[in-house]
Design a protein around this ligand. Structure first.
Ligand code: GLV
Ligand code: MN
Ligand code: MN
Length: 413
């Protein structure tokens, strides 16, 4: 395998420079998908990769593919991909490191005049976060055939703006049919978003799969009434019902410890006035576990909570599952390339299963895929204080480069 070294300073400078697009006072990024800030970072992406001689194709859901030719046109491209959108209080690394780490790989190869056997493809997937438009991993999901384009277009944000309208508005609706821009494998570099690597002083996480994830939405209905004149016995307070459901979600996750997690992360109280008893509450539930059978049991427990808790308070409830992403196992050859890439760079590593969702989870349905994790301080992510060091970012990009070279040699041989 060829020895090529990425430029850690150039990678770090790109991370810090692009973090200004949507940068927050607390040092994070708020760059929600398909907003004008997303358009700006996409424009930057296009200009930057075109400057490296890449050709950019955009598909019908806004996924962006930058192609760098290889020596052999008979080999399918090796893709490197992640996302440039963030949470509302996102950090500077979630998703972005995977795209800019891939960019650093392309820049290094260009500087060294190095040609891979297979073409390389750098991908920015649309709406990975799922914060503005649920579900998460929507662009890669359409690419992989999990969702169709019409389903994606119809997703709406909490203001009622649809994904399709927002995509058209920023001018990134491409003409390529989703799934038509193919590649032979994909590698995604990402921060761990959990505490394990840091706690064990490991530099690289060799990601063998992604745990299962399910999202639900519920609307609890009571009756708006005056807070001063309505006796406690006559109230139908939807927020009390919602609060008990929050407790139930937390308990269900604890009941399936240690691997289960459960969260109510979004709640809308209506009419949200301090002297009106809340008549309606909308809330979301996020359950995750590496074993889909356990998620089935958690879902049964949730159904029981939805049946009994509102009824006991004289409330109504409507709830549904809006997303089911089963547990994923990554490709052994891609995983082997990451292991050998980390060993070549001399970094300590361990195998792990991802707790977070990633585009790689859907891409794995249509192409050999895996991920590389690097630590983040305190395991903190989806937080403006999210932090991965200069050296850790560099280590991840170097292992990404090594893994690509290793995989390229494997498929050429
Ligand atoms: C995406 O960031 C997820 O794991 O929810
Ligand atoms: Mn991410
Ligand atoms: Mn995220």
């Amino acid at each position: 395998m060829q020895n090529l070294s990425i430029d850690p300073q150039r990678l770090w400078d790109s991370l810090m420079e692009t973090a200004k697009v949507g940068g927050t006072p607390k040092g994070g990024i708020c760059r929600l998908t398909l907003t004008d800030l997303d358009r700006r970072i996409r424009d930057w992406f296009v200009a930057t990769v075109e400057g490296l001689g890449c050709t950019v194709t955009v598909d019908e859901v806004g996924n962006m593919f930058a192609l760098r030719p290889g020596r052999r046109a008979d080999l399918p491209p090796i893709a490197i991909g992640s996302h440039l959108d963030t949470q509302p209080t996102g950090g500077k690394f979630d998703g972005i490191l995977g795209v800019l780490g891939g960019l650093e790989v392309l820049r290094t190869m260009k500087d060294m005049g190095y040609e891979t056997n297979a073409p390389l493809m750098l991908v920015n997937w649309t709406n990975e976060e799922g914060s503005r438009f649920a579900p998460a991993m929507l662009g890669s999901g359409v690419y992989a055939g999990v969702f169709d384009r019409a389903y994606a277009d119809a997703r709406d944000d909490r203001q009622g703006v649809t994904f399709g309208a927002a995509l058209d508005a920023i001018g990134y609706r491409g003409t390529a049919k989703a799934g038509s821009v193919t590649f032979g494998a994909m590698f995604e570099l990402h921060i761990e978003q959990g505490p394990i690597l840091e706690a064990e002083s490991q530099t690289i996480g060799v990601v063998t799969g992604v745990q299962g994830m399910r999202w639900y939405e519920a609307t609890v209905t009571g009756r708006d009434a005056h807070t001063g004149s309505t006796p406690m016995t006559l109230r139908r307070n939807a927020l009390v019902g919602a609060a008990r459901l929050v407790e139930a979600v937390d308990r269900i996750a604890h009941d399936h410890a240690p691997a289960a997690v459960g969260t109510v992360g979004l709640m809308e109280v209506r009419p949200n006035s301090r002297n009106v008893i809340p008549g309606e509450v909308f809330l979301t539930v996020d359950f995750r576990h590496p074993d889909d059978a356990v998620l089935d049991r958690m879902e049964v427990a949730l159904a029981e909570a939805m049946r009994t808790i509102p009824a006991a308070l004289g409330l109504g409830v409507e709830w549904k599952k809006v997303w089911d992403s089963p547990a994923v196992r990554f490709d052994p050859d891609c995983i082997a390339a990451v292991r050998s890439g980390a060993a070549k760079a001399g970094f300590p590593m361990r195998d792990m299963v991802s707790g977070a969702g990633h585009d790689a989870a859907y891409v794995a349905r249509v192409a050999p895929t895996t991920m590389i994790f690097v630590p983040c301080a305190g395991g903190l992510s989806h937080n403006e204080a999210e932090s991965t060091s200069f050296d850790e970012c560099a280590a991840g990009a170097q292992v990404l480069l090594n893994a690509i070279l290793d995989y390229d040699a494997r498929i050429a041989g």
